[in-house]
Write a protein that binds this ligand. Structure first.
Ligand code: T4K
Length: 375
């Protein structure tokens, strides 16, 4: 292995020469944004690839989340997970909504449906779960609660590009689902995001909201935002789609090799898909239990000293950041599954171009700790 740094992820970039014709077309048409040809083509192509009916493209996942909450006129309190990237809860604060954090299920790392009901008050208007690491939530149980209490359901599916359950795309659940196409994601458009909409009317409304509320040149129907994906991003998406199956295939091999070599190490726990779903191998989280000779942070540091930059997604919990830590629901998480997971998790590098030498080196650096103990 060379001494080149290995990061938790690296964007999958198609050959540059394949991108040039798209740029030439943008240069020649001079259409840079505002729902141009590539934007429209990517929406259609993604509907087909993902197996969903309607999709609205955004400049990034966070603006998509903020707009989704606006589209459904969510207010009051929203139940969400503390075990996610800050954007999940920030999107609520940006809408003047109070997040209410509920603990996770330690098997899926997602909102525990059994704990949601206790957090519902007369101010609750919606639930916003996250398919963390692309591992599906218990969508059936969560939908039942939403139906029973007449709550909206918005999935932060930022990690769940292409993920399926037994019936099809995971993105068809709830009232809306949001994707992120950030550089660090399985499918990237440099920055980017999308809202999956259940019907044409909702998509139209969301399309207006992401364009300042404009319906036509002189009519504004809502206080919208500028959330449009531009033509360069959209072109990148069209090109990425051509390579996405190969990229996910390479990730699957890396995921399998980690499992094969790490699962038998005492104190190292890998996550397993519940049921028979099709994942996207976007992250490879391991959990460092007490019987491993190093703490999570010691292992993180050891790998870092060898130029391997793992990440502790998601540590600290969102509920521990200053703008959230005084909430009542945050204080209830001191001794929670979410807290335990955040103290033990380490996301190992996984991306299509991760070399087998680098992966082997990572595995050996972890495994040698146990051999050292046995000596
Ligand atoms: N909801 C959830 C559940 C999310 O996870 C996210 C984003 C969102 C919503 C919001 O979606 P966006 O608005 O971002 O579309 C990263 C990403 O910035 C963020 O998109 C992502 N979640 C989060 C989980 O991870 P950082 O602060 O860890 O990123 P950064 O810049 O440290 O990148 C990690 C590594 O990736 C770097 O060490 C090297 C590599 N990298 C990164 C970038 C940006 C590259 O090789 N090239 C690059 O261009 O947050």
């Amino acid at each position: 292995m060379t001494n080149k740094p290995v990061y938790v992820t690296q964007p999958d970039l198609p050959p540059l020469e394949e991108f040039i014709p798209y740029l030439e077309e943008i240069w020649s048409s001079k259409v840079l944004t505002n729902g141009g040809r590539f934007h429209q083509e990517l929406e259609s192509a993604l509907c087909k690839y993902l197996g969903v009916e309607h999709i609205s493209l955004f400049t990034n996942g966070t603006i998509a989340l903020i707009t989704a909450l606006q589209a459904l006129r969510i207010s009051g309190e929203v139940i969400t997970t503390p075990y996610s990237f800050v954007a999940t809860a920030h999107s609520l604060l940006w809408n003047g909504i109070d997040p209410v954090f509920v603990d996770i299920d330690p098997k899926t790392m997602n909102l525990d449906p059994k704990k949601i009901e206790a957090a519902i008050t007369n101010k609750t208007t919606a639930i916003m779960p996250v398919h963390c690491y692309g591992y599906p939530c218990d969508t059936h149980a969560i939908q039942e609660i939403a139906d029973q209490y007449n709550l909206k359901l918005i999935y932060d599916a930022a990690h769940a590009f292409g993920v399926k359950d037994q019936q099809g795309s995971i993105l068809r659940h709830g009232d809306l689902s949001i994707l992120s196409f950030h550089a660090t994601k399985v499918f990237n458009t440099f920055e980017g995001g999308a809202i999956i909409c259940p019907d044409r009317k909702t998509k139209e409304h969301i399309d207006h909201l992401k364009n300042f509320g404009f319906v036509n040149e002189t009519t504004v129907v809502a206080a919208g935002i500028n959330g449009k994906m531009n033509e360069v991003q959209s072109a990148m998406g069209l090109l990425q789609l051509k390579h996405i199956d190969a990229a996910i295939g390479k990730r699957k091999l890396i995921d399998g090799y980690y499992r094969k070599n790490l699962e038998s190490i005492p104190g190292i726990r890998c996550m397993n898909m519940v049921g028979n779903q099709g994942g996207n191998y976007s992250y490879f989280p391991i959990f460092i239990d007490d019987d491993f000779p190093l703490t999570r942070d010691e292992l993180y540091q050891k790998l870092k000293n060898r130029n391997i930059f793992t990440r502790r997604y998601f540590y600290p919990l969102i509920s521990e950041f200053p703008m959230y830590r005084n909430l009542t629901s945050s204080k209830l998480l001191m001794d929670s599954n979410a807290k335990a997971a955040s103290m033990k998790v380490l996301c190992l590098p996984i991306y299509p171009d991760l070399s087998s030498e680098s992966q082997q080196a990572i595995i050996e650096l972890i495994a040698e700790e146990c051999l050292a103990i046995l000596d």
